[in-house]
Design a protein around this ligand. Structure first.
Ligand code: NGQ
Ligand code: ZN
Length: 462
């Protein structure tokens, strides 16, 4: 809900699009930034905060998986892997109703906001009823996602997922995948309904997502590309795809086509700035260079990639070529924007045996470098640019400067403190489209959302 009369946030320190500024008045009108004054004085009626920074976009989420966080951390009879985790995940989603999805997604979105994400890219593939049949309204589950976004106030980029096969070569889908499936006509109807589901939300964006090269045939991929609208024209939403996350996926793709997944995609689709390649973990130097040059965003999900044993993204090669990345919370096993960024840098440190590998000469603070890059990449991938500048939605957070990990720090050192030491515990207030939804690190609707979430889980797995 946006307010009609202008109001101002006064920040002793703010991270604006062109860098840090002191004594800043950010003037808000109808959810957006209508003016920015620097080196100015606080005025009566201003809301004052010590340090205000832009909130991030979370470019990859499967909200329902929040409900199984921690439930797949026990050793099974055979070797555990991504693929055995996926079996647990398929069992978890088996009985979820639209109301269950709403309850679980609201919990996930609330935690995203509390950690400093103001928008989510929901890679949404749980479309049909438990028996695999379409609901009377094909977009019923998309409506549940939109309700969770409305309830928590998070910005939504909805990415309805097309899913048809269980492996390369158009293999028939498995029983566990029955709730995900469409033909192209059915998917067109879903997209139409999903567009309607977003109607009441501020600045919602509709894109689409072929699930993975495993789940779509080459012909279907081409059809989806044209459904997404041509080129950079009006209404052309983002296109997201899971790719090259697991070594087995690379091997299966090679066996099927003689090409590696990223290589195959770049040869068969017009990959450009509208695309987000989720994970893109297993790339050769040549592939990393080609993705960087395409302008597509690499959608990195460090916590989930660690949790699932995926491997490490080749950040060195990719960034050397000017590649753009953003971050996503994917399986939502733990929701914390700062911790995603910390793990991204730590993965590089552990394998390359160096430090401050994601910073550069222009931005020597690693905390600031990763925050700003994730802001830009997330905005690009979600079709909604972020940042504190005139005309953009006011999606921002303030830091708790009383937090011990931030003591005696200013400007970029605050971001190093947030990313490397404090994590989400140093987030104080969060605003989305001008509305304050979090104070003192707590979302305003927390009690009710947690209660309903707990009841839902007791029913689903209790
Ligand atoms: C998903 N998640 O669709 O939820 C996938 C697992 C698959 C991640 N890849 C299923 N992290 O890729 O087949
Ligand atoms: Zn995913």
């Amino acid at each position: 809900m946006s307010d009609l009369s202008p109001r101002a946030i006064f920040a002793d320190l703010a991270l604006l699009e062109d860098g840090w500024a002191a004594d800043v008045r950010i003037i808000l009108r109808q959810g957006r930034i209508s003016g920015i004054e620097r080196d100015t004085a606080v005025r009566a009626g201003d809301e004052r905060h010590g340090c205000v920074i832009p909130a991030l976009g979370n470019l990859h989420s499967h909200a329902f998986q929040r409900g199984m966080a921690g439930l797949a951390e026990r050793r099974g009879h055979s070797d555990d892997s991504f693929w055995t985790w996926r079996e647990v995940m398929y069992r978890f989603l088996d009985r979820m109703t639209p109301d269950d999805l709403h309850a679980v997604a609201a919990m996930a979105y609330l935690e995203m906001l509390e950690s400093g994400f103001a928008r989510v890219g929901e890679f949404h593939y749980l479309h049909h009823a438990p028996d695999g049949r379409a609901y009377a309204d094909p977009a019923e589950m998309s409506v549940a996602i939109a309700r969770a976004a409305a309830e928590t106030g998070i910005g939504l980029t909805l990415l309805p997922v097309f899913y048809a096969h269980s492996g390369f070569g158009a293999l028939p889908p498995s029983e566990g995948q029955r709730r995900f499936l469409h033909d192209l006509d059915g998917f067109a109807r879903l997209l139409e309904g999903a567009g309607g589901a977003l109607a009441g939300l501020d600045e919602a964006v509709l894109g689409l997502a072929p699930h993975s090269l495993r789940a779509v045939s080459p012909e279907q991929l081409a059809a989806l590309e044209s459904m997404a609208g041509a080129g950079a024209g009006a209404g052309a939403g983002p296109i997201h795809i899971h790719i090259a996350e697991q070594v087995r996926e690379v091997e299966d793709c090679l066996a099927w086509s003689g090409r590696r997944p990223v290589e195959w995609l770049l040869d068969h689709a017009a990959v450009d700035r509208r695309w987000c390649l989720v994970h893109a973990t297993h790339m050769t130097q040549g592939e990393a260079r080609a993705v960087a040059r395409s302008g597509a965003v690499a959608g990195l999900c460090p916590i989930t990639e660690a949790n699932l044993g995926d491997g490490l993204f080749p950040a060195g090669e990719f960034l050397a070529e000017g590649g753009v990345y953003g971050i996503g919370s994917d399986s939502n096993v733990l929701i914390d924007a700062a911790e995603e960024l910390r793990l991204l840098e730590y993965g590089q440190r552990l394998t390359r045996r160096g430090r401050n590998l994601l910073a550069d000469a222009a931005t020597p603070s690693t905390g600031e470098a990763v925050w700003r890059r994730a802001l830009d990449g997330g905005g690009q991938a979600l079709g909604a640019k972020g940042g504190l500048s005139i005309g953009l939605a006011f999606d921002a957070l303030s830091l708790d400067l009383g937090h011990p990990s931030l003591a005696a720090r200013g400007a970029d050192r605050l971001l190093d403190g947030l990313v490397f030491a404090a994590g989400r515990s140093a987030v104080d207030c969060v605003w989305r489209f001008g509305a304050q939804v979090v104070s003192g690190g707590r979302h305003h609707a927390r009690d009710g959302v947690v209660r309903r979430y707990t009841e839902t889980l007791n029913r689903l797995i209790g």
